[in-house]
Design a protein around this ligand. Structure first.
Ligand SMILES: Cc1ncc(COP(=O)(O)O)c(C=O)c1O
Length: 395
């Protein structure tokens, strides 16, 4: 089928909640994608910061195939060896002591919210159930995670919302202090806001939020669905901040593009769920866990944490130089390979289209920001090519 034929079929039979262009990728190799008409593109979106180890990764594909031939799924009614090994691996890489697995970022955040409320039920005062989140945050599209998301545009068609959330401006510690009263049991934040505009907080902000949580005896939840799994040049973004959360959620790159989410925790929160409290039929099944174990192995063996740091630094340097001579570029922000190119005008969508015409896939988030999140295996040559294409697109 051609791009156009696929788009027509989709338009007839899919619910109209997505509005993609008539463009269907059918093959990928590293950072390159090929569409149904045979055109090639350099991918600086990576399935929305998800295909960390690149497209068509043979080691990941082999691990998925081998596991699929052996056994795909038995449910959590029984022990699952790759799931237990994955939990051990993630706990070894992070602050966490225990893991729960599910199938997406929203589900990981649902789990974190339920875990927090269960933890609070046993330890805090009656009624201490409110979770403070940030304006411009993004935590998912289920009813509870869309409520946690501090953006009215995602909520207003779906009222009434579940209770128990309060919003504050991101990166404003005074606003956070004022919001945390005796009804609050946790603060939930993305350490860098992704969908909200690649907003990196001041270096003091997250350590001060940690302090506040400790003072009040409440939990700190980091949503690392977008920032985790080496995206920002460390395994997890909290490592840049010199602090640890109590709960962290992961998804996107966790299994290299295979659907999987995780909620990790330490301390009393890690053992708050009892049998029957929470579950997922597919969560952490053999296939997803094997994909995640292979993904982690590739990130380790191919040095992708370091590569994310180095390629991110290269891109920041190039775009900082570009901003000095091109009045349309205001600045570049972000960390590792999660970057936002802030334009001085509202031309991000036009720039995205111009890049696309020249074989580069980028993602406009809003009118004036271009998100750059290539696979973690991107090369210096590919980064230079992307910079040149964006430079041309700007003119
Ligand atoms: C920070 C963050 N949390 C949660 C989600 C929701 O993840 P999913 O789409 O896998 O449910 C996203 C998705 O973009 C995200 O960026």
């Amino acid at each position: 089928m051609t791009n156009k034929e696929i788009a027509e079929l989709a338009k007839t039979y899919l619910m109209p909640n997505y509005a993609p262009p008539p463009l269907a990728f059918v093959e990928g190799n590293g950072c390159m994608l090929t569409d149904a008409d045979g055109n090639e593109y350099l991918d600086f979106v990576a399935g929305i910061a998800t295909c960390g180890v690149g497209h068509g990764n043979a080691r990941l594909a082999d691990a998925i195939c081998e596991q699929a031939h052996r056994i795909i799924h038995t449910s959590n009614l029984y022990q699952i060896e790759p799931q237990a090994r994955l939990a051990e691996k993630l706990c070894g890489l992070s602050f966490a002591e225990r893991a729960f697995f599910c199938n997406s970022g929203a589900e990981a955040n649902e789990a974190a919210i339920k875990l927090t409320r269960k933890w609070a039920g046993g330890r805090l005062a009656d009624g201490q159930r409110t979770i403070v989140t940030a304006l411009k945050s993004f935590h998912g599209r289920t009813m509870t995670t869309v409520t946690a998301t501090g953006q009215e545009k995602y909520q207003k068609a779906f009222l009434p919302l579940p209770e128990g959330f309060r919003y504050v401006p991101f990166d404003d510690i005074e606003a956070m202090r004022s919001a945390v009263d005796d009804s609050v049991c946790a603060i939930m934040l993305e350490p860098i806001q992704g969908e909200g505009g690649i907003n990196v907080p001041d270096p003091d902000y997250l350590p001060s939020v940690r302090e506040l949580c400790d003072e009040r005896g409440i939990l700190l939840i980091f949503d690392e669905v977008q920032t985790g799994m080496a995206r920002t040049g460390k395994w997890f973004d909290y490592e840049h901040e010199g602090i640890e959360p109590d709960i962290m959620t992961l998804a996107k790159s966790l299994a290299g593009g295979f659907p999987m989410g995780a909620c990790l925790a330490k301390g009393e929160a890690a053992v708050a769920f009892e049998p029957g409290d929470h579950a997922s039929t597919f969560g952490g099944n053999h296939l997803a866990s094997a994909a995640a174990l292979a993904t982690i192995g590739i990130i380790e063996d191919d040095g992708l944490v370091e590569n994310a740091r180095e390629m991110g630094a290269l891109l920041v340097e190039r775009f900082t130089t570009m901003a000095e001579s091109n009045s349309r570029v205001d600045h570049i922000r972000g960390r590792g390979l999660l970057l936002g190119l802030q334009l001085a005008d509202d031309g991000a969508r036009d720039l995205q289209a111009a890049c696309f015409d020249n074989g580069l896939i980028v993602n406009a988030i809003g009118d004036s920001i271009l998100r750059l999140a290539p696979p973690l295996c991107v090369s210096a040559e590919e980064c230079e090519r992307a910079v040149a294409t964006i430079g041309e697109g700007l003119s």
